[in-house]
Write a new protein. Structure first.
Lengths: 176, 194
């Protein structure tokens, strides 16, 4: 299982890259010019993230360095230990459906403090990568067409997030 | 809700620091946090530029459309109320395909267009239709093959193997999407019976 998953992880991106380039060439796409054209959007997207990331990193850094995070974790520690969930992961799991950039900042914080290849770093990466930001998607999509009554969509999104986080914690514990 | 979380994080930090008698920590933390935010964003420029470039090639080569055609039976199963030839289907498929490749920039416009098309089929324009809820369920739990942002940050922090989390992420994302689709079905049936 470990072998299979790490092999897929290693080969997926190189193969995808090679396939897209060869297929583009075969379809007579000007691949170099097209790449430049698409890459141009990267700068604007990264710059757009700055205000979000600054806002959330300030809050997160204050929360962590003041000792409030440790206090919070020590309160819910008994419940977490029962499920074998590391305390540092909990704020990330709670924030993931609410704010994509906020949880991205939290994940970055965990990676910066424990290292990307640590157990916590891998778990945080997996949780962050596995779902989208439910409340953001809901607001943008329904907002675009003026829907006010969203039926059961919030319920479905949040339960799915919980399932995804549980699956991420489970698989990372098994594999690494 | 994000407002309360933001306020909660900052306020509880200030209160705890004040009680512990080390309020000076807050001043340092605020500026350190702001600096980290900017540094991360700049680190993201390289990987975003790269993947957006690659994905543009996939789009121009018609790869996104081709993926959409392959996934047609799946979409008929997911959206039984939408006529198979309705324009909404094309946008739904582009949206799902872009999500699969971790192309948030392409997925969101396609998803919004799909919502607008679904709205034309909707008898009550202020109330979501079941098809809209299914589209939302798929998007909030979106299956992603390449979590580009996460990989970029892992590279920034000198990971020995930045892509090693692709496999575990794929597992977790498949679980959350299957749960989302099943729950959507369950609630939809319950709602239709009413």
């Amino acid at each position: 299982m470990y072998q299979v998953i790490t092999t897929i992880s290693l080969w997926l991106i190189p193969m995808l890259l090679a396939f897209i380039l060869v297929y583009g060439m075969y379809k007579k796409v000007q691949i170099y010019e097209t790449f430049i054209d698409g890459a141009r959007g990267g700068f604007a997207t990264a710059i757009k993230i700055i205000p979000h990331l600054v806002a959330m990193m300030v809050a997160v850094t204050i929360f962590r360095q003041s000792g409030a995070l440790q206090l919070f974790i020590s309160w819910i520690q008994p419940v977490l230990q029962f499920f074998h969930i590391p305390g540092e992961i909990v704020p990330l799991t709670l924030l993931r459906p609410i704010s994509g950039t906020g949880s991205l900042a939290l994940m970055t914080d965990i990676i910066a403090n424990y290292g990307p290849d640590s157990f916590l770093g891998r778990m945080a990466s997996t949780i962050q990568g596995s779902t989208d930001t439910t409340l953001y998607v809901l607001t943008v999509y329904f907002g675009a067409v003026g829907i006010r009554n969203v039926l059961y969509a919030v319920k479905v999104g949040l339960w799915a997030d919980l399932a995804g986080a549980a699956a991420a914690i489970f698989i990372v514990t098994i594999i690494f | 809700m994000i407002n309360f979380i933001w306020l909660g994080l900052i306020l509880s930090g200030i209160v705890v620091a004040a009680i512990n008698g080390n309020i000076e920590v807050i001043n340092e933390a605020a500026f350190e946090g702001a600096k980290t935010g900017v540094t991360i964003s700049f680190g993201l420029i390289s990987i975003l530029a790269f993947w957006l470039g690659v994905m543009k090639i996939a789009e121009k080569a018609g790869l996104l459309k081709k993926m959409a055609r392959l996934m047609r039976p799946l979409v008929r199963f997911l959206f039984p109320q939408v006529p198979p030839d309705h324009p909404a289907m094309g946008y739904i498929l582009s949206n799902m395909t872009a999500n699969l490749f971790g192309l948030g920039n392409a997925a969101t416009p396609a998803g919004i267009k799909a919502m607008q098309e679904l709205q034309k089929l909707n008898p009550n324009p202020e109330k979501a239709s079941p098809a809209m809820c299914t589209l939302l369920a798929i998007n909030t739990s979106s299956i992603t093959l390449v979590p580009t942002t996460v990989i970029a940050i892992r590279m920034n922090y000198n990971s020995q193997n930045p892509v090693e989390i692709v496999g575990t992420t794929l597992f977790a994302t498949v679980v959350s999407t299957v749960v989302a689709i099943l729950l959507d079905r369950y609630y939809r049936n319950k709602w239709m019976k009413r």
